[in-house]
Design a protein around this ligand. Structure first.
Ligand SMILES: Nc1ncnc2c1ncn2[C@@H]1O[C@H](COP(=O)(O)OP(=O)(O)O)[C@@H](O)[C@H]1O
Ligand SMILES: [Mg+2]
Length: 242
């Protein structure tokens, strides 16, 4: 690809992104605006309607807040990846995974989903601990959201030796959930991409969780992969050269 083509592609990507963000923000704002106007037009005089409309408004406000938080997270990671390397330090991985699990325990508990960690308690890795904690939280949140009650989620972390290459750290999060149809797999890590928009929004999803995971992997010069079988479950792996 020559420089002009590359520039052109980048410009198109940027334009698409701005259009997508605007659309994603516009949806909750339109809803909030509508309900507030309805309240002012008289609905507030009926306490039952007033409560219902305010609850919707509160939910849409939380949604806006979540989208903006995720966008800020994305741009922070991208800014760091662009200029200088992110800070990586030798970290005990088990402790990072435990923190991620703790952050998701309440949601997992509501669905009686057990989260197991399989990781040597001495395993050390050169990572940015808070970014990796965030990435695992995002994967766990998806595993919980897209699984039925009484299922299990397993996190495995290992350091793999590679013939003639750098070792790599592999963190996998496997669920027994609804799985993902093959045709979605290629686009899964794109911003705002969702397999089932209705289900994702109903769960408060922003469609940005996996793109954040991808950017965290990239910031570590790594990658993220997915394997999935509809009806059986999904396995996401973050792979980081050491
Ligand atoms: N563990 C999983 N099992 C099934 N589907 C998943 C899983 N993780 C992600 N997905 C699908 O990928 C989409 C994108 O995920 P993500 O970027 O985290 O956005 P969302 O906010 O919708 O969860 C989700 O909407 C969902 O359709
Ligand atoms: Mg998600």
């Amino acid at each position: 690809m020559n420089d002009m083509t590359r520039l052109h592609k980048l410009e198109n990507l940027r334009r698409d992104f701005v259009a997508n963000v605007s659309h994603e923000l516009k949806t909750p704002v339109t809803s909030i605006k509508g309900y507030v106007e309805t309240l002012l037009d008289g609905a507030m005089d009926n306490p039952e309607d007033a409560r219902r409309f305010l609850e919707i408004t509160a939910r849409q406000t939380a949604r806006l807040d979540a989208i903006i938080d995720d966008l800020l997270t994305l741009s922070r990671i991208e800014a760091k990846t662009g200029e200088q390397e992110i800070a990586r330090i030798r970290t005990n991985l088990h402790e990072v995974l435990e923190k991620s699990v703790q952050a998701c325990q309440a949601r997992a508990g509501e669905k009686n989903i057990r989260i197991d960690i399989r990781c040597d308690s001495y395993l050390q890795a050169r990572i940015n601990p808070s970014l990796i904690e965030q990435a695992v939280i995002n994967l766990l949140n998806n595993a919980i959201t897209y699984s039925s009650d009484n299922t299990k989620v397993t996190i495995v972390a290992v350091r793999e030796k590679q013939e003639g290459k750098k070792d790599r750290l592999v963190i996998t999060v496997a669920d027994e959930g609804i799985g993902i149809e093959r045709q979605h797999l290629e686009r899964l890590f794109e911003r705002f991409y969702r397999c089932d928009k209705g289900r994702s929004s109903a769960q408060g999803g922003t469609g940005l969780g996996l793109s954040i995971v991808k950017h965290i992997a990239l910031a570590h010069n790594g990658s993220v992969t997915v394997q999935s079988e509809p009806g059986r479950g999904s396995t996401f792996s973050i792979i980081i050269p050491q």
